[in-house]
Design a protein around this ligand. Structure first.
Ligand SMILES: [Zn+2]
Length: 114
């Protein structure tokens, strides 16, 4: 990896720009590695935290966009709420606990339940 492959640069040939909604990997390419994801910035507009996972929407051509832990949890909350899941609090609690153990830090609550 060259030194310019960090944040806001090209990573694996994919342009990333934390200032815009963007950055991501077309569905036709293999998934990011864990190390590859952690070099990217969250693609949610205005966020800019270090990425943790990727997420793709069918309406967005399934482009795999980097997401930070906080935005990943917020998106999961929104999806469970949309589906009318009766067990959101318990599910999100377990999800956050597992995620925090994996990343070694607290996930800031940027969502509201209930
Ligand atoms: Zn984010």
């Amino acid at each position: 990896m060259s030194k310019d492959e960090g944040r806001g640069a090209r990573v694996h040939g994919v342009k990333t720009d934390p200032a815009q909604f963007g950055g991501g990997r077309p569905a036709t390419r293999p998934p990011y590695t864990a190390a590859g994801i952690s070099r990217l910035m969250c693609s949610r507009a205005g966020c800019g935290r270090q990425a943790y996972a990727t997420w793709g929407a069918c309406a967005d051509d399934n482009v795999q966009r980097p997401l930070c832990p906080e935005c990943d949890v917020a998106l999961n909350v929104a999806a469970l709420e949309f589906m009318g899941d009766p067990d959101i609090i318990s599910k999100i609690g377990e999800y956050v606990e597992t995620m925090e153990a994996k990343i070694g830090r607290r996930v800031a609550a940027s969502w509201q339940l209930g």
